[in-house]
Structures are given as C-alpha cells and as structure tokens.
Write a protein that binds this ligand. Structure first.
Ligand SMILES: [Zn+2]
Length: 338
C-alpha cells in the first residue's frame, strides 16, 4: 500500500512494556529501492522477536525528501505509542560508512551523506541510539546471530535484482577501512564479456548470478523456446515451477556462478558458515518441494566445490537464510540493541 507508515498492524505476540520483559525494544526500518517497511522488535542478547509489523509504505518518488518524511513520521508515531522505546535500527539500500553515514544511494536523489543518527535524534531527543547499516550487512548480522554459538566467521549473500551481502570475521561485522567491505556481488569470476554490472564493469558475480542473470541464461539457452523469449524473472520462475528444463537450468546456472564467487571469498576467509537469502532464493525454493532451497541453492554448493580449496569447503556449512525478507530489519535491530 502507499502512504505513510505505520498504517497497519498485526496482533502483538509478546508484551511491549520494558517493565515486564528483559532486553531492549527497537523500532526497525528497512529502506528499499521503492518502499519502506518497519516493525517493532524485542531484542535480548542474540534473540529477537518481532512484536508488531507495520504496513509497507510505497515511496512516491526517487527523492530523498520523501524517504525522510516517511521515516520521520513513522518514528514519531511509534515513539508516541511506545513509551519505553529509545532505539531505532535502519537497514538501508546504498553505501553506508563505518560511522553509519549513508554516503550515497543510487536509487535516490539527495540521499547523500545522510546521518540518520543526527537527523532522528534532533527531531526526537528521547532516542538514545540510532543505527544505520547497509541492508546486505544488516541481514548478514541477522544470519550470523541466528547461529552465533557455533560459528565465528560467516559469509552471507543476498540475491535479488543484484547480489549483496556481507562478511563476519571472528565475530566482527566487517566494514573495511572505508566502509565498503563485503561486496560479494562484485567478485570477478570471468574474463568473458558479460552484461554490464551495476558497478560499471563486466564479469562480476552479479552479472551471472542475480535475478536478471537468470532471465539472460534462459534466453541464451539454445535449447530454450527461441521464439518465445521470457522477458521477466517471474515468467522464468513460473516455467520452472511447471517443470520447464530450460528454466530450471537457468536457475542452476546462476546458482553455480554465485557458488564460484562465494568459493573465492571462502578461500580468503575460511568461514564455518555460508548463507544465501533474497528474493531469488525464495523463488527457487518455490520451484520444487524438496525444501532445500531449490535448484539455485543446490547449484551454489556445486559452485563452491569448484572454486574453494577442498579443506576450506569441508570446513563450512551452506544453508538458506532463516530470516527471509526480515533479515535487514532483524539485523538492524540487533545492532541497535548492542
Ligand atoms: Zn560489479
């Protein structure tokens, strides 16, 4: 729905008052390319529970002023309704530096050098903590915390229109010296000509493993229906569900390329866990009923075996994300509660 957050709620699943629960309340928002969604989260250590979900607000334009207006209004409403709330976590599209400043977000005009911490704490002095983090990193932290007792190093990939993600190394969410660490999607895996990547180069994982890449693989397959080109990801997905082997092969091919990129990153980091999430994985999971992430995720495992050293591959487990589309909000909430 369009309009201003938070327009709708689901019933509470846990008490809201801090007086009768331990841990922290965090209002978590996810700023995507076309909408803003949010929820109220209870965080206790590495445990999270979503108490309320608010409706998704569709952004009316690509102007940052619209993003700001929706976020500020939503935070104000939720603060008014939740007397014990003092923390906000924001998962956002774009490049975010290690101090939490959104350096730039290509989707939006004016979303440059924005400090949500300054902006929201100026308007709402009651807020004690405001954390902003890139959405790929936020979901990485959420997936890491879901299994924190068993791992210390972890790589997460988010596959949708692009390929994002992040890295946790020995318990730290890696930022890099300029806040740019973890660009799994821009690891180069071929010298061949590919589609132009969002980074302006060719040969990146993103050009061969994303949702649009699956459509390209389908259209380029000589055994495919040459006079009936698919034009949309949903079309290929629907064909795959119906058993079309060319469509299923397109998912597998893209997954294999993601695995190659992950395998290369694993050779550097030697993680004990690798997770994959995002809309493409949810679509792949819907293709068959085996419950193992579908043809895409199965081929990620093959790509890892092809690229990673055998001892590196043997030391890591691969699984689908557990938080699905909530990963960004959950991760931002966990980071804001720290
Ligand atoms: Zn790239």
């Amino acid at each position: 729905m369009s309009g201003r957050l938070p327009p709708s709620k689901e019933p509470r699943s846990a008490p809201r008052s801090a007086s009768n629960i331990e841990g922290s309340l965090v209002y978590a928002l996810d700023i995507g390319g076309s909408s803003v969604k949010s929820c109220l989260v209870h965080v206790k250590g590495d445990q999270v529970a979503i108490l309320e979900r608010y409706g998704s607000a569709r952004l009316p334009s690509r102007q940052f002023s619209d993003v700001e207006q929706i976020v500020v209004q939503a935070v104000g409403q939720v603060l008014s309704a939740t007397p014990t709330l003092s923390a906000v976590g924001i998962s956002t599209t774009g490049s975010v530096d290690s101090s939490g400043i959104v350096v730039s977000a290509g989707h939006f005009q004016g979303y440059v050098n924005v400090s949500w911490n300054k902006l929201l704490r100026r308007d709402f002095p009651r807020l004690e903590r405001v954390v902003a983090v890139n959405d790929g990193r936020a979901s990485t932290w959420a997936e890491y915390c879901a299994n924190i007792s068993k791992i210390s190093s972890h790589i997460h990939a988010v596959v949708g229109t692009g390929v994002g993600g992040g890295i946790v190394y020995k318990g730290d969410l890696m930022q890099g010296d300029s806040g740019q660490a973890g660009y799994i999607g821009h690891i180069k895996i071929t010298l061949d000509q590919t589609a132009l990547c969002s980074c302006g180069k060719m040969g990146c994982v993103e050009t061969l493993a994303s949702g649009p890449a699956i459509v390209r693989h389908f259209n380029a397959d000589p055994s495919g229906p040459n006079d009936d080109y698919a034009t949309a990801f949903d079309t290929v997905c629907e064909l795959a569900r119906k058993g079309d082997m060319t469509a299923r092969a397109a998912f597998s091919r893209a997954g294999y390329f993601l695995g190659m990129g992950l395998g290369n990153a694993m050779n550097v980091l030697n993680p004990s866990q690798v997770t994959v999430g995002g809309g493409v994985i949810l679509a792949s999971e819907s293709i068959d009923t085996l419950g193992d992430g579908g043809p895409y995720l199965r081929s990620v495992a093959d790509g890892i075996q092809a690229a990673a050293h055998k001892r590196v591959a043997a030391a890591a487990t691969l699984r689908q994300s557990v938080h699905g589309n909530d990963g960004g909000m959950v991760g931002a909430a966990l980071l804001a509660a720290q």
